[in-house]
Ligand binder design. Sequence first.
Ligand SMILES: NC(=O)c1ccc[n+]([C@@H]2O[C@H](COP(=O)([O-])OP(=O)(O)OC[C@H]3O[C@@H](n4cnc5c(N)ncnc54)[C@H](OP(=O)(O)O)[C@@H]3O)[C@@H](O)[C@H]2O)c1
Length: 263
Amino acid sequence: MVSTAALIQGASRGLGLQFCKTLLSRQPALSIIATCRTPGQAQELQDLKSEPLLAGRLHILGVDVKNEAQIQEAAEYAEKHFGQLDLLVNCAGILHPSGRGETSLKDLNLQGLQETCTTNAFGPLLMGKHFGKLLTKGGGSVGVKSTDAKQQHAGVLVNISAKVGSTTDNALGGWYSYRMSKCALNMATKNLSIELGRGKNKVICVSLHPGTVDTALSRPYHKNVKNLFSVEQSVSKLLTVIDSLTVEDSGKFFTYDKELLPF
Ligand SMILES: NC(=O)c1ccc[n+]([C@@H]2O[C@H](COP(=O)([O-])OP(=O)(O)OC[C@H]3O[C@@H](n4cnc5c(N)ncnc54)[C@H](OP(=O)(O)O)[C@@H]3O)[C@@H](O)[C@H]2O)c1
């Protein structure tokens, strides 16, 4: 059994892949389970695994987050190899199966709504269901562990959300599927924080907004973005937030700068 283990869900590219790269380079004692739906096609992730210096610290598993049986198998693998989990990051997400957010009601269809909500909200919640127990056994931060008894906690569960999932912040409308899916994800975060926050080993559960980041997901909308982050910048900021989390932060929704966002 190793002392520190993280799971990055949705690790084939974008923010998930960068979480793997940054965490592996900054923490020599950390092992990562990276899940993605088609490991054979996740070339950059496979290249990372082949790096001699990593010496078996990266485990790649096939998980389509819409497939609960695969989520359960991944949890069994984690239980067998690590017996606990310090950090779970639910990264996978889609804007919409078409790649474009709906601009008005006429663009809506049931399949798009269902697929977006299943990928962005129901999948991450099922990850919480299957990995919750392992997180309660986790030792807390993957960064600097607090020696202050009041600040000690079990594992950390991060749902990568989006500011457009804030009902309070919604002034423009549109993007029905994506906004609703992230709003539902935030509710899942809150519920998880309550259920996994009971008892002695409290799991911290948060939703984090990564900023607008230079990835495929938001690429059609980059033209007018003033503050576009690279994946390296966004993940570095998100890890600073994750390292700073305390039990009091659980159930909340923060930006990459740890500004509190309203639900
Ligand atoms: N980029 C932004 O500006 C931005 C802003 C706010 C929030 N976010 C959030 O950040 C997270 C990461 O997005 P990104 O920007 O890194 O986008 P990205 O580069 O498009 O990556 C999306 C990832 O999700 C995976 N994925 C999609 N459906 C999946 C499924 N059913 N099962 C497993 N994995 C699946 C993709 O895997 P495949 O390779 O298999 O397709 C890919 O790894 C998302 O939750 C997104 O909503 C992004």
